[in-house]
Design a binder for this molecule. Sequence first.
Ligand code: HEC
Length: 198
Amino acid sequence: MNNMEFNKIFAAVLLAGIIAMFSGFVANKLVHPEALEQDAVAVEGGAVATGAGPAKAPEAEPILALLADADIERGKKLTKACAACHTFDQGGANGVGPNLYGVVGNQKQAHAGFSYSGSLNEQGGNTWTYAELNKFLWKPKKYASGTKMNYIGLKKPEDRASIIAYMRTLAASPVALPSAAEISAEAPKEEATEEAAE
Ligand code: HEC
């Protein structure tokens, strides 16, 4: 008898424990349904991130192919964003930044009378080629972390192309536009087809 009583009590306690555990599990799912949702979102997010990913370009989009047809007048207007620090006319004064007349195709950090950071030639050689200007103007601080140019950069490839095409005209004899070979060297074929698909 005593044993039976004990067994019943034991069984009841066990059952209560199981019920408590199970209801805890259910309650947990009810109270924290986001634990389930989170997974679903993470999978979706992962899929988006590996897709077109318009949010963050890992590097400056190629622009050499855009230069020949770039809107020079628009480029001139866009230099308002630079005018706080730069003059563009021949013989113009240095300000916060150096005068930029003749900068396209010229040596980097070469304008007389300006005290440069010295960091602009850390990558991509010593010449402001179209490709180097493209990368620099995309994100100056990413191009040269030590640069004195406190400017966020130009996100849109067309804007960079327009400004560079305008700056090209600011020279006694503007450097040649990029050749077909230079253009295809800048933009590998796969990337070019991806861009066309967008
Ligand atoms: C807040 C001021 C500021 C703004 C705005 C700014 N720059 Fe600069 N820029 C500088 C400074 C300072 C330097 C020198 C950088 C160094 O020495 O590291 C510089 C350097 C440059 C150079 C390299 C010049 C050389 O002789 O090597 C180019 C090209 C240039 N800027 C273009 C632009 C363009 C185009 C814009 C507008 C889209 C712009 N900058 C906006 C301050 C500015």
